[in-house]
Design a protein around this ligand. Structure first.
Ligand code: SF4
Ligand code: SF4
Length: 83
């Protein structure tokens, strides 16, 4: 499942540089996550790096982007071959 950033985001800027997939970007008002590039950090780290570092805990899983671990791994494989 991709993650999403809620409106509690305070635009502190710390999550964007820690994402291994460059999935986090500044949106119109707050930071956003591109679900096509978020793998929950699978393939890179044991824990989602953005969740670990976010000071206000505003990055839950996005129920609108349900994915299995296999699908996330396949996304990871696709992303590393595109780099
Ligand atoms: Fe990036 Fe990982 Fe956060 Fe997804 S969970 S947005 S891949 S840091
Ligand atoms: Fe927003 Fe959390 Fe990212 Fe900071 S770390 S910009 S509060 S989502």
């Amino acid at each position: 499942m991709a993650l999403k950033i809620t409106e509690e985001c305070i635009n502190c800027d710390v999550c964007e540089p820690v994402c291994p997939n460059e999935a986090i970007y500044m949106g119109v008002e707050i930071y956003e996550i591109d679900p096509d590039q978020c793998t929950e950090c699978i393939g890179h780290f044991d824990e989602p790096q953005c969740v670990e570092i976010c000071p206000v805990e505003c990055i839950p899983k996005d129920p609108e982007h349900q994915e299995t671990e296999e699908q996330l791994l396949a996304k990871y494989q696709r992303l590393i071959t595109e780099l």
